[in-house]
Design a protein around this ligand. Sequence first.
Ligand SMILES: *[C@@H]1O[C@H](CO)[C@@H](O)[C@H](O)[C@H]1NC(C)=O
Ligand SMILES: *[C@@H]1O[C@H](CO)[C@@H](O)[C@H](O)[C@H]1NC(C)=O
Ligand SMILES: *[C@@H]1O[C@H](CO)[C@@H](O)[C@H](O)[C@H]1NC(C)=O
Ligand SMILES: *[C@@H]1O[C@H](CO)[C@@H](O)[C@H](O)[C@H]1NC(C)=O
Ligand SMILES: *[C@@H]1O[C@H](CO)[C@@H](O)[C@H](O)[C@H]1NC(C)=O
Length: 588
Amino acid sequence: MRSHKATIAAGAVFAVQHALGAGPLQIPFSTDRLTNSDSVPATYGPDGPWQAALVQIGSSSASANGVFAPFWPSGSYLVQVLDGVAPGNYTTKDSKSAVGTRTSLGQSDSWWSDAFMNSTFEAKGFFDQVTLTGKTGDSSSKVNASVAAATKWTVPAAQGATYTPSVGILGLGPDTRAGPGDKSGAHDSILKQLQSRGSIPSQSFSMHLGSVAHSLPGSLLLGGYEDNRVIAPVATLRMQAGLHTAFLVDVTLGVEVGGSPWSDNGSVPGSVYAGNDGAPRAVELVKQLGGAAGASLVTLNAADPYMYLPASTCREAAKHLPVTWDERLQLYLWNTGDPQYGRIVKSPAYLGLVVSDKDAQNVTIKVPFALLNLTLERPLVDAPTPYFPCKPYDGDTLGFWQLGRAFLQSAFVAVDFDANATYLAQAPGPNLFQSVTRPINAGHGAASFLAKPPSEFARSWNGKWEVLMLNGNSMGTGGSSGLSPGGIAGVVIAAVAVVALIGFCIWRRKRGSRKVAPALPPRGSAPMVSAGGPMHEYYTPNGGAGELDGRSAPVHEMDGSSSNGTHEAPANPVYELPHTHTDNRPNH
Ligand SMILES: *[C@@H]1O[C@H](CO)[C@@H](O)[C@H](O)[C@H]1NC(C)=O
Ligand SMILES: *[C@@H]1O[C@H](CO)[C@@H](O)[C@H](O)[C@H]1NC(C)=O
Ligand SMILES: *[C@@H]1O[C@H](CO)[C@@H](O)[C@H](O)[C@H]1NC(C)=O
Ligand SMILES: *[C@@H]1O[C@H](CO)[C@@H](O)[C@H](O)[C@H]1NC(C)=O
Ligand SMILES: *[C@@H]1O[C@H](CO)[C@@H](O)[C@H](O)[C@H]1NC(C)=O
């Protein structure tokens, strides 16, 4: 029971919010300990440690707000959660508010994490209550969410073993239908439900995942952002059917302040970007989307762990780092016995990812090596093992790459579905300024974010990293202005203005049974659902429309009309003009 005092405080806050109109809703993370969320672990592996957002799902006689469960914030269309078996976990069976939709769902993250993680996902469709309680506990909102409740959800570990993820996906994406057979029309998204009842100012969310190891708290706000999380400049990424894309044009190894761990004279390796591996699908997709030659198309997703990048770039970066490629894990492990390991990981050295935004503006997101000393745990390895999260990914699988949690530790991302834009900026380190919560006002653009100056990046890490003197010795953790080694050599050509053209890229899942894969980006203009038995296909509303440049390979069998769930992938990618694409979602 709330105390009398708490009730009064909550009432006062409500009155203030009411007077000022809708404010952002700040969601707690697992590391922000709330009194009644103690049943949920604070951190998650096996490739972190990570902190996850906490919301309540379902409802029962024991708790009208349901059980606390950890989630990755995402712009996917559905809430993806394990239909648990153990007590204390969410189960549709025990939830009084769960309503089955009689649909079976295959891979359903419309932001593609299950493709990058190569996970197996089988779920049943439900509507269920999700309760979003503000971080300070004084405001709480219930929504009716589209839920994919997984009966099977596994990620491959080494040597044929698999594990089940312990964190769900909080799909904050646009409105959904329950599937192609759904006659009931669109179901309002979580953000739309909150916005239309005046709980948040816009259909938007912002996130900065922060770091468990460096006590940098996570940030997730619906309808707003914390202004201490944004460092100028702010990039605007293109969005198509709820998915953002950016062009990666360079990857660099640099040092923010002081000397270099790589050489006594302060020089740094600079660019390690080696292009898009010349993968035909990647080349074609970049061309169709108007990117500069040699650029790599990337998307952002907190639901997967690594920085999935062209293999040649990971390899090039690894040449400058004390790491060893582990064939079994398909990851680079730090050589912890090498003195260079501690030197790099403690220094102000960073991996810089240069992204060209929709206006061909370059924005560099620096991920300090302090954050790239992540740890593998069971069941991936027997004993905790530090690894470098650059994950080589075959450009011919999907034609694009993904920046997961390892990257999002140091990036601020705001997704505004009203304005159909995603914003990306550098996020600070552990020395945060005081948080001021600001609304995201639709349509006000990148310039409307109150961002800290670029110098805030170094300031926010001051004392947390060991600045090196020019001769390579440690100068301690103090903040010398030092020199900021340049030497950033670009490999790639200037970005081109982005045209409103969207590519369809078909991929072939390299598995025992071949499955069709989806189109980028309007992968689930409706969630991937079939009324009937289990299926694994992706649903796209108009598979074979408007082909470009005379390509004839059809996009076939993507509507799940076949029941056996295995289809041949077409040999060639099919491209499609966006205006010929009839998006089923009603709000466009
Ligand atoms: C959920 O189930 C897992 C085992 O499947 C267990 O380790 C975990 O503690 C359970 N969560 C809660 C909140 O009880
Ligand atoms: C995906 O997993 C399957 C086993 O489930 C494996 O055979 C295949 O090689 C994996 N693909 C990739 C790209 O890792
Ligand atoms: C959620 O929406 C579905 C579909 O409109 C409806 O059947 C269900 O009763 C709703 N649940 C709640 C808790 O409002
Ligand atoms: C790397 O991370 C591990 C696990 O958090 C930590 O114990 C270790 O001290 C870190 N290494 C360095 C050089 O900071
Ligand atoms: C963006 O960065 C790339 C790679 O470093 C470079 O070639 C290009 O000239 C830059 N573009 C602008 C507008 O600065």
